[in-house]
Design a protein around this ligand. Sequence first.
Ligand SMILES: [Fe+2]
Length: 263
Amino acid sequence: MIDIHNHILPGLDDGSKDINTTINYLQLVQASGVKKLVFTPHYMPGFYDSTREKVSAIFKQIIDLKTVHAPDVEFYHSAEVYLNGENIVNDIIKENFFINNSQYVLVENNLNGFTEDLYQLLYQMNRKGMRPILAHPERYMEIKNDPSRADDFLQRDVYLQINTGSILGGYGQQVQNAAFELIDRGWAHFLGSDCHCRSGVYDYPQAVEVIRNEFDDKIATLLSSTFPERMLKNEIIPHFYMVKKTIPKKKSFLEKVLDFFGE
Ligand SMILES: [Fe+2]
């Protein structure tokens, strides 16, 4: 299992408040069976100033703790980029927010209503060869009210990352229903904990188990392992992976005879 979205690095955003909290969560991750962790502090100029330089410095301190507290977990760092404003796409390049130097970038937007420039910024990202992943689509007002709206993003070559908390009902019934519907439609690509180190619980494996029970083992593995692994290797992931094939109906003897005579 690979967690591509969390706020476990300390002191950068509204996630882990100090190094002790981070250590506690690294131990929980180690115990959970998650093997790869991509730290994604919020990047929102003016609010969360998680520049590459700042994050790298903290990441170096955390790497030193790995052997003791999370020996079986591999660490990566990137950001959850708040996609808004004319400079943000250039910031992604300047700060190298590409996950493991791939073309994939985790982005978010306003939960209470998408900003007007969102589609234009996603278009700019795609034109520059980036592969945007929208964090927790099921939590945005437009999509939780009408999950079919998520198609707007898939049609724009945007990947979708569902939160473990949404699967487990932590944001309420409507968000949980939306998350299930996205998975059911084959519109979800990744599972992320979006862990902010507040509850004392790291719920990634529980959410995988719920997906396995509600859907099947195949989809649980795709979202928690197969697709994240491909992302880390910068391999292409299909935006639509559940294309239903129409199997041609077998013709009856009479139909075959009529075909033969050109009827
Ligand atoms: Fe987040």
